[in-house]
Design a protein around this ligand. Structure first.
Ligand code: NAG
Ligand code: NAG
Ligand code: NAG
Ligand code: NAG
Ligand code: NAG
Ligand code: NAG
Ligand code: NAG
Ligand code: NAG
Length: 628
């Protein structure tokens, strides 16, 4: 009896000390991982930085970048068995377990060499189809050498001829859809395998892994968001459809139906470019023009990127953020190379390093409105990287992809407030009117309200296909999803003989949009909160609407944001959100409050115009073979 007890005691003792020792082993493992990853990541960052400032012809940097990323992948693969073992044994306290969980997944590399090769082939194929497909010109059908990007894209930017736009819409799908269907099916199979090999129960769990939500939570969050967006979206949709009908007639834009998708693609696309969206739809008040920020910048003497940088740095200082040292620009900033080829891709960018206190900065020398607001985002990143630079490599990240975008875009949104622009003298005093505000909200709405359902469909379709609840041969199911949610339908009859879904997805098959939806919603949620606590937004005071909220000089914001950013990914996004806003869930309140004046305007205007709200399901896709 006694001896049995002794054995039990001894064995317990042995187990305890083994557990404690394994904690020490885990700590040591993590510390090595942090060090090694920092070295590997830094090599990659440095090479990419060289490419940014010297251009893609720097072959040495190109090679370094490739080698470094291969080596990183090999290293991550080598970690997999060990970290799986630590996870299985449930070693360490929750903090250590969280750090362990931040070790990157092997992803596709978990596939067998044959499958991995196949994955590479099908994804390359799909990308190539997109890149190499040549369409025939609308005006000269014998000229068949137009690439999608940039040739067709440029044509579409500038076209007002509906038949021309429809021609390319159809050709694009005809040439890319069926060509990619088989590859897409193989991709789906391999993705399912990958998710199992990475230890996930369902492909959708793997899909949503970076969001720290299980797939049903993520799905619910998204569905709820779309539901809350619906009243605003329907009013907006009704107004846009009414405008399209005025321009193109009742034949093309039928009453009570979704509008043809080729229109949507173009006016949404145009809203993102310098081009005016008026080409396809008018602003609510066409006579009230938007302030010319570029002219304002030049008038104020902000004639180069360096001056803009310091001007924006001063904005952040006025929020109580740490002052950027005088030497920052001369020591860390370099212009981006290769401007000439595509100025659209010219942006300011902060570059973080791991395990060393250093942030490099590449800038776009252009001075204009877009680059001005982009500076707020790039500087947010500088602050973000510095805020968490003390974190171990595994935590030196944002809590979910595009989280930092939400913070940066929140600041650029605040800076685009007419009240702040008035302070900067970019807008003349007295110019802020109801009409200006509605125009601005309408234009912003085209870039966000109209896009959220589109993003949602792109992810929802793929998740349903991956989980097997949607068959890729069911093209009409894709159109049902698209028309129900986005209010757009194909311009011509489609059937299950067609394959339309991947037209947009070919380039980055597994690029996901959910994090972008969350990021957009979060941007407005943060904005609303910061405006509320500083008294710049008062829900029931018409003098303090959210869309005019100016945060400059609100010194309590900076420390709050810096603190939240300092955690990197050591806490979940919900904890970090809670630190900033006292709320732990993402919600649509901010976005809806922001666009509330537009919503009211739309309801009234739609009533006056007598346009119908909502749409019937599309009848443009039928599972029967169509006669051709
Ligand atoms: C396409 O072909 C036309 C004539 O068929 C030619 O004028 C044009 O330069 C070609 N464009 C490109 C990008 O090759
Ligand atoms: C579009 O262009 C074609 C070919 O030039 C022409 O026949 C048609 O009338 C144009 N359509 C519109 C709406 O301008
Ligand atoms: C805004 O101002 C800039 C600089 O003066 C000018 O080049 C540009 O054409 C203006 N844009 C518009 C839309 O008026
Ligand atoms: C950017 O960072 C790297 C790595 O720390 C450094 O060697 C380089 O000098 C930096 N570039 C500039 C322009 O300071
Ligand atoms: C979201 O994050 C991904 C990866 O970090 C990035 O490639 C993408 O540009 C981001 N999207 C936006 C809208 O910022
Ligand atoms: C998908 O649909 C096709 C065509 O209707 C059918 O042959 C196939 O078996 C279906 N696949 C699944 C997984 O249901
Ligand atoms: C945070 O939220 C809780 C519960 O919703 C509330 O009781 C508390 O007063 C809030 N704190 C602040 C600082 O707003
Ligand atoms: C018994 C023993 O050596 N325990 C050690 C195991 O590891 C932890 C964590 O480092 C140490 O604190 C214990 O002393």
């Amino acid at each position: 009896m006694k001896s049995t007890l002794l054995i039990i005691l001894l064995s317990q003792c042995y187990i305890t000390s083994a557990a404690e020792n394994s904690t020490a082993v885990l700590i040591k493992f993590l510390s090595t991982v942090n060090q090694n990853l920092a070295a590997l990541y830094n090599r990659e960052v440095l090479a990419n930085w060289q490419l940014e400032i010297k251009g893609p012809n720097d072959l040495y940097a190109l090679l370094q970048s490739e080698l470094a990323s291969e080596e990183t992948m090999r290293y991550i693969q080598s970690l997999a068995p060990k970290s799986a073992k630590f996870k299985r044994l449930n070693i360490g306290n929750p903090e250590l377990q969280r750090e362990l969980a931040q070790i990157p997944e092997t992803g596709y590399e978990a596939l067998s060499p044959t499958d991995l090769k196949l994955m590479y082939i099908v994804t390359t194929n799909m990308g190539d189809i997109y890149k190499n497909t040549k369409l025939c010109s609308f005006y000269d059908r014998r000229q068949c050498n137009l690439t999608l990007i940039p040739a067709v894209q440029n044509i579409l930017h500038n076209s007002v001829n509906v038949s021309e736009i429809e021609h390319y819409w159809l050709e694009w799908r005809r040439k890319t859809g069926m060509a990619a269907k088989e590859d897409f099916a193989v991709f789906v199979e391999l993705y399912r395998k990958t998710s199992i090999l990475n230890g996930f129960q369902k492909p959708s769990e793997f899909w949503f892994k970076d969001l720290e939500e299980d797939s049903s939570q993520a799905t619910t969050l998204l569905e709820k968001s779309m539901q809350r967006l619906k009243p605003l979206f329907q009013q907006f949709h009704a107004h846009v459809r009414g405008q399209l009908r005025r321009l193109y007639g009742e034949d093309l834009i039928a009453r009570g139906k979704p509008f043809p998708q080729n229109f949507a693609e173009i006016f949404i696309g145009n809203a993102f470019r310098r081009a005016d969206p008026e080409w396809f739809i008018e602003f609510p008040y066409p006579d009230v023009s938007m302030p010319n920020i570029t002219a304002g910048l030049l008038r104020r003497g902000l004639t180069n990127a360096q001056r803009v940088f310091w001007n924006v740095a001063e904005y952040f200082r006025s929020l109580g953020m740490p002052q950027i040292e005088d030497t920052f620009w001369s020591e860390n900033a370099r212009p981006k190379a290769n401007l000439d080829e595509e100025s659209i891709r010219c942006w300011h960018k902060a570059w973080k390093y791991y395990g060393i206190k250093r942030v490099n900065f590449s800038y776009c020398p252009l001075v204009d409105e877009e680059r001005f607001f982009n500076m707020f985002e790039a500087l947010t990143d500088v602050y973000y990287y510095r805020a968490y630079e003390h974190q171990p490599t595994l935590y030196a990240e944002e809590p979910f992809p595009n989280f930092s975008d939400a913070v940066g875009k929140m600041f650029s949104l605040a800076a685009s407030s007419p009240r702040y622009l008035e302070k900067l003298k970019f807008v003349d005093t007295g110019m802020i009117s109801k009409e200006l505000r509605i125009n601005r909200l309408y234009w912003q709405g085209l870039r966000s309200i109209f896009l959220l359902p589109v993003f949602y469909v792109l992810d929802r379709y793929r998740v349903d296909v991956l989980d097997g609840s949607l068959n890729i041969s069911d093209n009409c199911a894709y159109w049902k999803l698209t028309s129900d949610l986005t209010g757009a339908e194909p311009p011509v009859s489609r059937s299950n003989e067609d394959f339309d879904a991947p037209a947009k997805l070919l380039v980055e098959v597994d690029d996901q949009y959910t994090s972008q939806i969350m990021s957009t919603v979060l941007q407005y949620q943060l904005y609303k909160h910061f405006c509320e606590i500083t008294g710049q937004y008062k829900p029931s005071d018409p003098d303090y609407p959210l869309d005019l909220c100016d945060l400059s000089n609100q010194r309590q914001i900076g420390p709050l944001v810096m603190q939240a950013m300092s955690y990197g990914s050591s806490k979940s996004y919900k904890d970090i959100l809670h630190i900033m806003t006292n709320e732990s869930a993402i919600n649509m309140d901010g976005l809806l409050a922001y666009f509330h004046p537009l919503y009211e305007w739309l309801v009234e205007q739609n009533r006056i115009d007598g346009v119908e709200i909502g749409w019937e399901p599309t009848t443009k896709c039928s599972s029967e073979n169509k006669e051709k």
